[in-house]
Write a protein that binds this ligand. Structure first.
Ligand SMILES: Cc1cc2nc3c(=O)[nH]c(=O)nc-3n(C[C@H](O)[C@H](O)[C@H](O)COP(=O)(O)OP(=O)(O)OC[C@H]3O[C@@H](n4cnc5c(N)ncnc54)[C@H](O)[C@@H]3O)c2cc1C
Ligand code: SF4
Ligand code: SF4
Length: 396
């Protein structure tokens, strides 16, 4: 099993998009190292240009593509003697290489404007501040209620001194000034120009207007369908229309988050394994959903929520993590609040409550076996099972 990665380091947007103050690189490096230790070959600095040729030459039986969405969307901003205009994806990548590899930082000037209202815009502004910009401001066409960014990301950006100019659309840029038009919103939340013009001061402009999938690699693969949104169409098993060619993450229809992309990898692996065996992977049925009313709680755990350490806004000058994780002890403490709804956690309650000694312990982690010859169906085990992991059925 081999990963062929175009970049100099593994991680994709987890390394070159999400800044280190939200995802410490030692955590990411640890995750990558785990894959390599598990036997995955990681080939860096290898851009795949022709997927099918590399598949055939490498003797691969199946391929999973996850090239992300790295092409920055652009708008045409009229500019005479334009200041520096760059896109957020390239800027964040350069910033990451600067912090991790000591490469020169992107040139921004003293005042930086960021155009967009998503999480990428917030990250670009906060990164610009950390790289030394005295002033970083966001310009967004709609208002806070209609921004795509998470509210907490905008809050954190504002705490760090980022000014957000809501309801402003860029009309023109010159060396140190950006002309913006004030907008208003119609009944559907769409921005409408008002004709009122303002001038903002900025030495550079970072465009954070979203990302698209670079489809050039697909040109060599006849039969792969791309939908209207410019992402690759896959079936429920994440296989494209080309047998044995699977795809996932940001390049297929998805919410574009780390958890979704990681989940796609796991799901695709199961489907690829089944496909190679000539089978179809069937997800095992989930346990029935157990609500609070189904629990038989004869014990209580006291576990108030642990507080994650948050760095004070004034101290956020560098790329150290601003919201710390939980220690192992705290994580275990958090987990002790779990009622294990519907899932046996081997409390031995049923074993102890059975009047017929019909329940046999199979050993730690192995659960229990009920001897049907002894069980009278009295339901004592079921009635006291704290998490409702036992179901009683009519004898057939
Ligand atoms: C600024 C920013 C902040 C974000 N913050 C969050 C967040 O806080 N939480 C969250 O859940 N999600 C966040 N996301 C989204 C998240 O990063 C992505 O959804 C996720 O990384 C997608 O994973 P992926 O594997 O599909 O693609 P990517 O992570 O983009 O990885 C694709 C990889 O493919 C490589 N590649 C591309 N083309 C080729 C080729 N031809 N040959 C070989 N390799 C190639 C690239 O170099 C890259 O390493 C953020 C995204 C950005 C841009
Ligand atoms: S089935 Fe219920 S009572 Fe029996 S050990 Fe598991 S959790 Fe405890
Ligand atoms: S139903 Fe009654 S007899 Fe049967 S295993 Fe449960 S407690 Fe024991």
């Amino acid at each position: 099993m081999e990963i062929r990665e175009a970049g100099p380091l593994a991680g994709g947007m987890l390394r070159f998009g999400i800044p280190a103050y939200r995802l410490p690189r030692e955590v990411l490096d640890g995750e990558v190292a785990r894959l390599v230790e598990a036997g995955v070959t990681l080939t860096l600095n290898h851009k795949v240009e022709d997927v099918l040729r590399e598949r055939d030459e490498g003797g691969f039986d199946a391929v999973f593509m996850a090239i992300g969405a790295h092409l920055a969307k652009r708008v045409d901003i009229p500019a005479r003697e334009a200041g520096r205009i760059l896109d957020a994806v390239s800027f964040l990548e350069q910033a990451s290489l600067c912090v991790e590899q000591g490469l020169p930082p992107p040139k921004l000037g003293r005042r930086v404007a960021i155009y967009g209202g998503g999480n990428t815009a917030m990250d670009a502004a906060r990164t610009a501040r950390r790289l030394g910009a005295e002033e970083a401001m966001i310009i967004y066409r709609r208002d806070r209620d209609h921004m795509p960014a998470h509210a907490f990301e905008a809050d954190e950006a504002e705490e760090e001194g980022i000014k957000i100019n809501w309801l402003r659309s860029i009309r023109h840029m010159d060396e140190s000034r950006i002309e913006v038009e004030e907008m208003t919103l119609d009944g559907d939340g769409r921005p409408v120009p008002t004709g009122r013009i303002e001038t903002l001061e900025a030495d550079s402009l970072i465009l954070a207007l979203g990302q698209e999938v670079d489809l050039t690699v697909l040109e060599t693969i006849p039969g792969v369908r791309v939908n209207q949104e410019g992402v690759v169409q896959v079936g429920e098993n994440l296989m494209t229309d080309v047998p044995g060619l699977f795809a996932g993450g940001d390049m297929v229809p998805s919410q574009r988050t780390v958890t979704i992309a990681t989940g796609h990898g796991k799901k695709a692996a199961r489907h690829m394994d089944a496909w190679l065996r000539g089978e179809h992977y069937q997800k095992p049925p989930s346990h029935p959903l157990i609500g609070h009313e189904g629990l038989h709680l004869w014990f209580q755990t006291r576990a108030p929520a642990s507080d994650q350490p948050v760095m004070a806004a004034a101290a956020r000058q560098d790329f150290r993590e601003i919201v710390g994780g939980l220690s192992e002890g705290e994580a275990r403490y958090e987990a002790s609040r779990c009622y294990s709804c519907g899932n046996c956690f081997e409390c031995d309650g049923c074993y102890g409550s059975c009047p017929e000694q019909a329940i046999e312990k199979l050993g730690a982690g192995l659960g229990y076996r009920v001897d049907p010859a002894r069980c009278t169906g009295c339901s004592a085990c079921h009635d006291q099972c704290p998490c409702n992991a036992i179901e009683m059925e009519e004898a057939r």
